[in-house]
Design a protein around this ligand. Structure first.
Ligand SMILES: [Zn+2]
Length: 415
């Protein structure tokens, strides 16, 4: 299975927006840019909303059938490891092997020696076209990168072979992810990580490094955009080199786990992939959940009541809800409106506060991040929540579609 040049991950916590999401991708295709839809859901997300991987598969299949999409599409078992991959095997055809937690683990002396030996053919210096500084290969550098990444990639090899044994080689797309860590991986790290992936014979089609800067949930990029652009471009060049030199799949490309809505860097990435004629995969998830809440608020009546209830409960349970996301949210409590204030809002005011339109006077990224982590509140409402998604399917769906197309795909693929 080959993942196309451009692909876009649409997460959907409650499995009701598949058609709205696919509609946005169909519009991109009709505008001349074919973007492969991928429905991604992590094990953590399934556990929080008490859903099962079969639900994502059913949603994707139904959306594709109902809208007559004839192109390829995938269901991504996002951020899996050996301990939880089995529940996804029958339902996913894209697996994101998350080995971040193995970074820095010790490897055996034999493994390190074998890695160093495999690098002997590189010589003492590697020049990657487009990158001014050559990589100076030394025993010290090899020792250092092996210390950081070898155990992680060995683990990725184990997970890959476990899936391959069950699904058969070539029957799924493989991604290797290391994005959920604090320290970014440099382009030199990327070079050696790809060498290790090739040594393990993992046919990775996408790779998700940790980039420089903060990727907070549901809000824009925070960091040095110039530095990001430099690293992103060098990663693209390193991948191009590694594909040829190490025999990795030709369509290997970067996967950006965006945490949704990294609008500032979308055009930066668009420009670089265009310049080098390369592909890109971008994952989103929470942005769709946030549009559901926006849609309910606009729908008014019960929809608005529940939208307000979600915020007020999330505010009460802020510490608990934010805990699993401590590294990827930055909420300024002093900017959060009080429950009394929100209780008096119109649907329009609520939606304008939540909707991510940079520069809009009502937009409040603190409010948005709190609701982002508040999906557990909606999950606990059960059918009370999902029945409203059905009742207000039109208005909610149009919010979801507009968001994916206008705010994400247009910026990413220069539509
Ligand atoms: Zn991720």
């Amino acid at each position: 299975m080959i993942l196309g040049k451009y692909s876009f991950g649409v997460g959907d916590r409650f499995n009701h927006q598949g058609e709205a999401q696919l509609s946005a991708l169909i519009t991109a295709t009709s505008e001349g840019v074919e973007v492969t839809p991928v429905w991604n859901k992590s094990n953590r997300e399934h556990n929080i909303v008490h859903s099962e991987p079969v639900g994502t598969r059913m949603e994707a299949d139904a959306a594709v059938k109902n809208l007559g999409w004839e192109g390829p599409y995938f269901v991504d078992a996002d951020h899996i490891n050996l301990s939880n991959v089995d529940r996804f095997i029958d339902h996913a055809d894209f697996f994101t092997l998350d080995v971040a937690m193995y970074i820095g683990n010790e490897s055996s002396q034999e493994d390190v020696a074998a890695f160093k030996k495999s690098c002997a053919t590189l010589g003492s210096e590697v020049t990657i076209p487009g990158i001014p500084e050559p990589i100076q290969i030394s025993d010290e550098l090899l020792q250092q990168v092996a210390g950081k990444y070898l155990a992680a990639i060995k683990e990725a090899g184990k997970i890959y072979r476990h899936i391959e044994e069950k699904k058969g080689a070539g029957n799924f797309v493989t991604e290797v992810s290391m994005d959920e860590v604090e320290t970014p991986q440099t382009p030199v790290d990327m070079f050696f990580i790809l060498k290790m992936i090739a040594n393990e014979k993992i046919p990775a089609q996408t790779i998700a490094p940790k980039f420089t800067g903060r990727f907070n949930k549901g809000v824009d990029y925070v960091g040095d955009v110039e530095q990001f652009a430099k690293e992103f471009e060098q990663d693209v060049l390193v991948i191009d080199y590694a594909v040829k030199a190490f025999g990795l799949p030709e369509n290997l490309k970067l996967s950006v786990h965006s945490g949704s809505d990294k609008f500032t860097i979308y055009p930066v990435m668009a420009k670089i992939i265009k310049k080098h004629n390369k592909g890109l995969h971008v994952k989103t998830a929470g942005t769709t959940w946030l549009e559901e809440v926006i849609g309910l608020a606009i729908a008014g009546d019960e929809g608005l009541i529940v939208a307000k209830e979600i915020y007020i409960k999330a505010l009460e349970r802020k510490v608990e809800l934010c805990a699993p996301y401590a590294d990827v949210i930055d909420i300024d409590d002093s900017q959060l409106p009080s429950p009394d204030e929100v209780a008096g809002w119109t649907g329009e005011k609520f939606a304008n506060t939540l909707r991510h339109i940079p520069g809009y006077p009502d937009y409040n990224p603190n409010f948005r991040q709190l609701i982002h982590v508040g999906y557990k509140v909606a999950a606990e409402m059960g059918e009370e929540y999902t029945n409203l998604l059905k009742k207000y399917a039109d208005v909610v769906g149009s919010c979801v579609e507009e968001n994916i197309y206008d705010r994400h795909l247009k910026r990413l693929f220069d539509l």
